[in-house]
Ligand binder design. Structure first.
Ligand code: COA
Length: 376
């Protein structure tokens, strides 16, 4: 075997700086900023379109730019007819994350800018993807439920229109505000696994649809975006706050992974949790489902005591989305409907300053074996 000096190895790339970005900063001590703006204030006040514009373009929009960007997204919401037909061909029990991954992949050849990786063409594709991912999720879900897709309402924000298309109900102002905040919290998180997958794909100079397809596949896993669906299964199992400690001690005794807890970067808590917890409390009062937040808080208390582990945003996103009336298999697609803004922004940045992402591996297999000849 040849020998070479290999750089230090970090399993799971933990702590490894794998590239530069100007889009998002995750502070391990519970901070999160998009393009330098603290998410906490903006998350609760801005529309998702404002945040998506900021992520994509680097600056907050003027009123005129926001109007133009919002109507550009509104104009791109509908799907090519063959994509809608494809949604009708999928088995009704297809997981909505598989629907969105397949839908994004199928959209690619319908985009005339597909193979133009210039900055301007990438921004145009990003607007189309941000608009259409929501439609694939909403229409795909309704079709799977044997319901007709609901036509767009262009006057609604993307997040409110998404709610409307899924439920058939135009959300009141307070719900629209909540949907925008939830979307804003999920919009980007630097080099998380799905964004990194998108950047790896983009770094080969593959197109934005290929990158977002990779990202959708990666988001599905329960250690990443899939955790918000798994968290709801867990909360349904726990049922009441007084059962939470015994339930958790049993799971920890069996060395189970507790969904909605732990994070690769945050070690003292997830910066998005306080906002999501407050939304949960508010929704609990509005819907009369006040059991969820106390269950989560009890799990938090016992997890900190037993493992010094803190919850992540997916723990609270799960009951929030349930109280908003969404089926739990839509939790991860809702994450995708927002994160697509981050994915596309990272593809734009990757293509604007590209270098192929191609790390090395540490070979640990057998060495110096002689081929014995074809099997006899
Ligand atoms: N439940 C139980 N134990 C957990 C845990 C969890 N959710 N998250 C981490 N741990 C434990 C690990 O088992 C490990 O213990 P050990 O040292 O005794 O082996 C220790 O905490 C350190 O965790 P580690 O595996 O190094 O964390 P990671 O950075 O590799 O993984 C996650 C991060 C997010 C994948 C992990 O915390 C996890 O699986 N969480 C549950 C899924 C989830 O909520 N994902 C959404 C993330 S936003």
């Amino acid at each position: 075997m040849t020998t070479e000096n290999k750089p230090a190895y970090s399993p799971g790339l933990a702590g490894v700086i794998a590239g530069e970005t100007q889009i998002c900063w995750v502070d391990p001590n519970a901070g999160l900023a998009y393009r330098g703006y603290d998410i906490h204030e903006m998350g609760e006040k801005a529309t998702f379109e404002e945040v998506a514009y900021l992520l994509l373009n680097g600056e907050l929009p003027t009123a005129a730019q926001l109007k133009q960007f919002t109507s550009a997204i509104g104009a791109e919401r509908s799907l090519p007819e063959p994509v809608t037909q494809m949604l009708r061909l999928l088995p009704a029990n297809t997981h909505p994350m598989d629907v969105v991954r397949t839908g994004v992949s199928m959209l690619a050849p319908f985009d005339k800018d597909l193979n133009d990786q210039s900055h301007d063409a990438n921004i145009r594709k990003a607007i189309r993807l941000i608009a259409k991912v929501s439609t694939i999720i909403a229409d795909g879900y309704r079709i799977s439920q044997k319901q007709d897709p609901v036509p767009e309402k262009p006057e609604l924000t993307l997040a409110a229109n998404f709610f409307y298309k899924l439920t058939g109900e135009v959300p009141p102002d307070w719900k629209t505000r909540m949907m925008d905040t939830i979307f804003n919290l999920y919009a980007d998180h630097e080099f998380n696994a799905s964004t990194f997958a998108a950047r790896v794909t983009a770094s080969t100079l593959a197109d934005m649809y290929a990158a977002v397809t990779s990202a959708c596949g990666t988001l599905k896993g329960p250690l990443h975006g899939g955790a918000n669906e798994e968290s709801m299964k867990m909360l349904d199992e726990v049922k009441t706050a007084d059962r939470a400690e015994a339930w958790l001690m049993d799971k920890l005794g069996k060395k189970a992974k507790i969904m909605g807890f732990g994070h690769r970067v945050y070690k003292t808590g997830d910066s998005r949790v306080p906002i999501m917890r407050e939304i949960g409390r508010d929704l609990g009062k509005r819907t009369g489902k006040e059991q969820w937040v106390p269950i989560c808080e009890e799990l938090e208390r016992v997890m900190e005591r037993e493992k010094t582990l803190y919850c992540n945003v997916d723990l609270y996103a799960a009951p929030v989305l349930a109280m908003l009336g969404f089926a739990s298999e839509l939790n991860t697609p809702i994450f995708a409907a927002s994160r697509v803004a981050g994915w596309c922004s990272h593809v734009v940045e990757q293509h604007d300053h590209n270098r192929l992402i191609r790390p090395r591996s540490l070979y640990t297999g057998p060495e110096d074996r002689k081929y014995p000849g074809p099997p006899k």
